[in-house]
Design a protein around this ligand. Structure first.
Ligand code: SF4
Length: 464
């Protein structure tokens, strides 16, 4: 099917107009889209009706431009992400068509299609994505205010929450955090019953190290490495070789593209790996689906894997003191923090990836936020369930730096004025942040009506 396109003379005029008005900037278009200035009702390039039910969140990190959006296409509600490109071909040239992070995109918004009017947007798993082509003239001459637009919209619940006292807010977040903790304990408990406690915690730690974009690959890798039967039998260098070999990072392509210094490191790993390869190597389709391009370089999955290998190499040293005591002291977790922060590696303390040049200064393999997540997401849920530590001890954990989800939750529930003491004093601890994330997960991420049908505001009013 050939779609109508602007005649060549109008294309030139459009380009001149965009250039002169400075409107070709993708960020400015994103801001207009997110503000609703461009409208909610569109017709897709193949003639279907498209209604934006929910604009979602304006992503600041890697991945699609808008996440957690809701779109009604010819009457069918679809939830997922929205990507915006100035040129439709940007989808391909930016690598979205092969990037699994873009697999959840439900709408591709762009301004210009190729001259013959045909363009197909497809995801890595070959799903066709509905396209909307914006009319550049939709943007009138309003000032470029987009730099001030927050990444998430203020929610309907902000009004009742504003009337909550600090104590009531803390009680709310505390209840949500306890529920979240219980859910995590149940998850690790189920895994422990199927395998072993040690294996459940190892998988949990691997997942926590995967952070946002590599949780599943790290978790599946840990499942391939039974901590009781494989890891406990081998010294640390073999464990590291197993981790990198199973991950698929000891293939010839990584060696061939590496610098001389890295080749020495890979060769050391290979000298161990070849002996285990026949038993442990995964075929290409079964390897963990790494997401290397998402996130900061320090969070590259290869560094995360190195951290997991180090942890696995000292697993008993880390875990035995925690697993064997029936009652841990109040600040037991500080020793765990200290041990994790002290992890060093001759190669990975100085490299972001296998291909990067060495850094001059050593870098921590596990930052404070990751260590807090190992504690808060894995160890505390398990140890509280076992009665070895307490909720009171958990509430001592300091908060992490603001993640994307946490920032969005704060913006939606409390708005951009986060300097308010009431909010700061009720979201600074780990448990409070977890409570907030639980509300965000239970209500914001389930809502596809731009707050309209969310029951949380009414629940808050009843609770008041
Ligand atoms: S979806 Fe619900 S909880 Fe989230 S911001 Fe809207 S009203 Fe608040």
């Amino acid at each position: 099917m050939v779609f109508p396109v602007l005649p060549r003379s109008q294309v030139a005029e459009r380009d001149r107009w965009e250039e002169s008005s400075g409107r070709s900037d993708e960020l400015a278009w994103q801001a207009r889209w997110f503000s609703g200035e461009l409208g909610r009702q569109f017709t897709s390039t193949d003639g279907r009706s498209v209604e934006i039910v929910q604009f979602g969140h304006w992503n600041r990190g890697a991945g699609p431009d808008f996440t957690e959006a809701a779109v009604r296409i010819d009457g069918t509600l679809m939830t997922g992400d929205i990507e915006m490109d100035l040129e439709a071909t940007g989808w391909e040239s930016h690598g979205h068509s092969t990037n699994p992070s873009f697999g959840g995109v439900v709408l591709h918004v762009h301004l210009h299609r190729p001259a013959d009017g045909t363009w197909f947007t497809r995801t890595a798993d070959h799903r066709q994505v509905t396209q909307v082509e914006l009319d550049p003239s939709l943007a009138d001459g309003r000032p470029p205010w987009w730099g001030r637009l927050p990444e998430a919209r203020l929610g309907r619940c902000a009004a009742p929450l504003r009337d909550f006292s600090t104590e009531r807010l803390n009680t709310l977040l505390s209840s949500a955090a306890q529920y979240r903790l219980q859910r995590k304990a149940e998850r690790w408990g189920a895994l422990a019953r199927s395998h072993s406690t040690s294996q459940a915690l190892f998988c949990g730690c691997a997942e926590a190290l995967g952070y946002r974009h590599n949780k599943l690959p790290m978790f599946s890798l840990a499942q391939r490495l039974p901590v009781d039967t494989v890891l406990s039998r081998h010294p640390a260098p073999i464990i590291e070789a197993l981790c990198f070999g199973i991950a698929g990072y000891l293939e010839a392509e990584h060696f061939d593209r590496s610098k001389a210094e890295t080749r020495g490191y890979l060769k050391d790993l290979w000298d161990h790996w070849w002996k285990f390869r026949i038993v442990h190597e995964l075929t290409e389709g079964r390897r963990p689906p790494w997401n290397p391009g998402a996130g900061r370089p320090a969070n590259h999955p290869q560094r995360r894997l190195a951290a997991l290998a180090l942890l696995a190499g000292q697993w008993r040293g880390f875990m035995n003191p925690l697993m064997t005591q029936t009652s841990l002291g109040k600040g037991w977790w500080r020793e765990f923090q200290r041990q994790c922060a002290g992890l060093e590696h001759p190669f990975w303390s100085y490299h972001y990836t296998l291909r990067s040049a060495p850094t001059r200064k050593s870098m921590a393999l596990l930052g404070s936020d990751r260590i807090l997540d190992l504690l808060g997401n894995v160890l505390f849920p398990h140890l509280i369930q076992e009665g070895a530590t307490t909720w009171e001890s958990y509430t001592d954990l300091p908060g992490t730096t603001e993640s994307g989800s946490l920032r969005r939750a704060l913006l939606r529930l409390f708005g951009p004025d986060l300097a308010a003491n009431k909010i700061r004093s009720t979201t600074g601890k780990y448990y409070q942040q977890q409570g907030l994330l639980q509300v965000f997960q239970d209500f914001c991420l389930r809502d596809h009506s731009e707050c309209e049908e969310c029951p949380f505001p009414e629940q808050l009013r009843q609770w008041s």
